[in-house]
Design a binder for this molecule. Sequence first.
Ligand SMILES: [Zn+2]
Length: 312
Amino acid sequence: MQRIEIPGRATYTPVALTDVLVGAPFASRLLLGAFLPGQVVAMAAFGYYAGSAARDWYVRKDVKYVDFTAEYGSDVRTLGNMTDDDRRTEVARIAAAMDADWTPARLPRGEVAKRVSRRLTQYLSTITDQEVVISSEVRDFTLAKVVFPFALGACDPIGGDVAIFKDTGLFEPHIVAHEFCHRVGYFKELHAQVLAYLALRTSGDPILVQSARAERLHRHLAILTGGKPEKFRDAIDALPVRHELREGLRRLRPDPGAYETGVGKAVRALYDKRMRLMGQNGLSDYDVGFTNLLFTFAHSKTARQPRGHADP
Ligand SMILES: [Zn+2]
């Protein structure tokens, strides 16, 4: 099997290079009273960053990407539509499966990243017959955390940096897998959501399977409750599952703070627009698109991949 390594050198530096780029001139003004030394540092960081990104892009040109229409019978523009009843049926099935297979086991973030990265490589290789190896580095901090305190994490599509800001418990493997899909070169959110889900769901690893199901379940609930935090909480409380699982599911939707409701709305609107400009359906691809694609796949007559992979 062909093996391709995307070096991702920018992901191994002790501090995110984009932070050095933005932060160094201000830090030097603050500490030394002059912008220039910081600007020199920023330029050096930029050189390394641009070199790393260019190398990654060059290597990616040999990567064979999954053809969603052929493999799953659906893509960004050909999504089927789930009714609310379809969603409620899936919620019940996923919740029952999660309750039956519940595991309290947790892994440190570094181990999650390694396991997820390995699994993603393995899963993609079963479809493309190519072993694409990526960096499994994950940061706990970038400046984006200060600017967007409500964000769970951030991914820099150019440098490949991935940062996770919050401990989201059972959701973490899926969040990491989603960001790693971008690192491989799947830049559309729908593609990252679906590949992350399928890779983890078919892994046979209880922690990864649980995380994939948690993501799918919480997206359904978010749609059914119109994204309203109170209704969302009630929906989780109403699930006939063990108490620990309910606790785990509640973690992803804390009440939005003042900053989030104000700035969050504006940022979200901008982000939605940016996604549309880039040939995606907008923010709905994270939940409506994601769940619809799996549903379409499960009922597809043309998909090359086993439809059972879309089972809850
Ligand atoms: Zn993403």
